[in-house]
Design a binder for this molecule. Structure first.
Ligand SMILES: Cc1cc2nc3c(=O)[nH]c(=O)nc-3n(C[C@H](O)[C@H](O)[C@H](O)COP(=O)(O)OP(=O)(O)OC[C@H]3O[C@@H](n4cnc5c(N)ncnc54)[C@H](O)[C@@H]3O)c2cc1C
Ligand code: SF4
Length: 329
């Protein structure tokens, strides 16, 4: 049997095992799964280790895209030459996430599936619609300084925690999966679900569906891109607000732009209103500020996190201005 066929079989076996157990789950780096199992937040009846599957490659695609295996470690992706050269926002987002030790363990598939950092989700004695559907949301009347202002519902306001997912959303990446029903490709914006009435459902994955790879299409303007992260402390900490940005300017006018926000949305937030507002406008701080204002006009702030509205606007302006300053040098 060829190596490829054996790998196919091993992947198939892992999928069948998880799909066949109602409480089954995959185990990659374990940096989310093991933490939450120890805290009794997750109670997997069966954990299937997938680290032996050959899904750790980072491959440059003809035409300028990238294929990142689901088991590629955050640190390996951050230092891949093709990532640094063509998609600096991905490399920067990874290096600003977690700690060096965690990045060596944590996989890209696990990063997309990591769970929220809301303290009530992680405290089994608190009501939490995400952990225990229908029990209520303790954050609404509780401590919510770090919570979301975009994409919220009256059932859940937890912020999506991933950094690299923000860059991937800005770049229109595609998540490839294999499950009991076969293979499929899911646009990354559709991969993250808004909480709505079912905050316990975070992804459109079927039970036992395995992420195999993340594909990033060629985005020439991303060669000059940036990821900025604003947080309470510089050592490893989750974002209060973050921005992934790329811009193409022709004759002083915005001819193309990609913008996504982290730390403020219940999912990695593609700033489509700001992108639309910028297109065809002069590439200057006035247009950047107006576009940021239009994006954040949709925000629903809570008493403790209202500061994020201005923070996110300033972050957008800072990111775009940083790119313009870089272009001028
Ligand atoms: C102290 C700390 C600080 C952190 N700071 C940051 C930060 O600043 N920014 C940031 O982005 N992240 C941060 N993280 C989160 C970290 O990046 C994630 O825990 C990590 O990426 C998860 O990857 P893993 O391989 O360890 O996943 P695991 O813990 O193994 O799995 C996580 C989840 O994903 C599922 N899963 C894993 N692989 C697959 C797959 N291929 N297909 C389908 N499902 C799968 C598992 O079943 C599980 O539900 C931090 C984590 C810690 C502990
Ligand atoms: S914000 Fe979401 S995760 Fe936090 S307590 Fe409310 S329902 Fe749970």
């Amino acid at each position: 049997m060829s190596g490829d066929a054996a790998a196919e079989l091993r992947a198939g076996a892992a999928i069948t095992l998880v799909a066949g157990h109602p409480e089954g789950a995959f185990l990659a780096g374990g940096t989310t799964q093991v933490d939450l199992t120890r805290q009794d937040v997750l109670r997997p009846g069966l954990l299937v280790d997938i680290n032996h599957l050959p899904l750790a490659g980072v491959e440059d695609l003809p035409g300028g895209g990238l294929r990142i295996g689901a088991l590629a470690r955050m640190s390996d992706v951050a230092r891949a030459a093709g990532v640094i050269e063509r998609f600096p926002m991905i490399s920067q987002a990874l290096l600003l996430g977690a700690s060096a030790q965690l990045r060596n363990m944590a996989s890209m598939g696990g990063n997309l599936c990591q769970r929220v950092r809301c303290g009530y989700f992680r405290d089994v004695n608190s009501p939490c619609n995400k952990r225990d559907p229908g029990s209520g949301c303790a954050a609404l009347d509780g401590f919510h300084r770090g919570h979301a202002i975009l994409g919220v519902s009256d059932k859940c306001i937890a912020t999506h925690p991933s950094d690299v997912a923000v860059a991937l959303v800005a770049l229109d990446a595609v998540v490839h999966t294999r499950g009991p029903g076969g293979e499929r490709a899911i646009g990354i914006d559709d991969f993250f679900l808004l909480p709505g009435d079912t905050p316990d459902r975070e992804h459109p994955l079927d039970h036992g569906e395995l992420i195999t790879a993340i594909e990033v299409p060629a985005v020439p303007m991303a060669r000059r891109s940036v990821y900025l992260k604003f947080r309470d402390r510089q050592s490893y900490e989750f974002a209060l607000a973050s921005v992934a940005a790329a811009i193409r300017v022709e004759d002083g006018t915005v001819a193309g732009v990609r913008l996504a926000l982290g730390g403020v949305g219940t999912k990695p937030w593609r700033a489509r209103h700001a992108e639309a507002a910028l297109f065809g406008q002069p590439a200057n701080s006035g247009s950047f500020a107006e576009a940021a204002r239009q994006e954040l006009a949709q925000a629903t702030p809570w008493p403790q996190n209202a500061f994020k509205v201005e923070l996110a606007q300033r972050a957008i302006v800072r990111a775009l201005s940083t790119l313009m300053d870089g272009a001028a040098r």
